[in-house]
Ligand binder design. Sequence first.
Ligand SMILES: *Cc1c(COP(=O)(O)O)cnc(C)c1O
Length: 354
Amino acid sequence: MSRPTQARIDLAALEHNLQIARRATDARIMAVIKAAAYGHGMLRAAQALNAAEGFALLNVGEAVYLREAGFRQTMLLLEGCFTLDDMQLAVEHDLACVVHSPQQLAMLDACPRRKSLQVWFKINSGMGRLGFAPQDVPAAMEKLRSHPAVRDITLMTHFASADEATGVAAQLELFNTLAAPYRLPRSLANSAALLRYPATHGDWVRPGIMLYGASPFAEVSAQELGLQPVMTLSSEIISVRALEAGEAVGYGAAFRAESGMRIGTVACGYADGYPRHAPTGTPILVAGQRVRTLGRVSMDMLSVDLSALPAAGVGSRVTLWGEGLPVEDVARAAGTISYELLCALAARVPVKVV
Ligand SMILES: *Cc1c(COP(=O)(O)O)cnc(C)c1O
């Protein structure tokens, strides 16, 4: 018997979630598969999301790999090209490049003057991370539109607060004003904007997290949005013991029993991608029942409260997140977001694709 910890990846759920996105918009869908498809595995995610019109990722090497695997979709490099070699490969493999900086704009001059490059021109409408400042847009656009290396241009921006009460209004208005002089395709929406703000859909939407079955909103569950979890991280109880009142469990004796209780040890820890900062009380499923973690998470193990589950014992199945336990609930308890937990799935965890 090998260690019972595993991640199950449900490709049918991935396809289902793409359908949810599809039903919410008439725009083309650029499925975001960066960060190994948020920890789910890039190639298998691309295969399950093959009906998407595009894929967004970060590394030119990954995009070339997908091209060579036969994917014909629009392939967008979200941070654009880092080097001239990248740009050469982008031309060769017909990849779309974000151009977000004067440096990248200048890099185009070294590109073959064959009108071969697809450019996604990124405008900073308020996120403050990448993109041309509003006042620099007209000059940069003038250069791009007449550039001999550029085949076509899509205008894009990214929202800072589409998932929060602040919303998108100010950024949307600024972007639309800046885009107004050009009759070019537009792309603005992440998952939250796709689901909540149809006015942002434009020509291309860029969903990520929703495809993996997690809600982008703090106050709306994935289930309410009709999304299905794609990744289920599971393990088993490998040891059971009684704690007497006053006895502690784990590093730092961070949890101490107030009265007698029964606890179990689960074969999953932070080296598997479970958050070390998840405190006592983080939800966890044992034999399908929601109970709580106890004390500090170790590298390879964590402890759970079995007091309410007299039938549970060594070999009982444990779900860390996924089916039956939304990853958002675990993330919230651990003071983070579902994205971070999914992306952090460790390479040592065997993946079972269903
Ligand atoms: C990651 C990313 C997305 C996807 O965001 P989600 O919140 O996961 O839907 C969209 N656009 C850009 C530019 C991104 O970097």
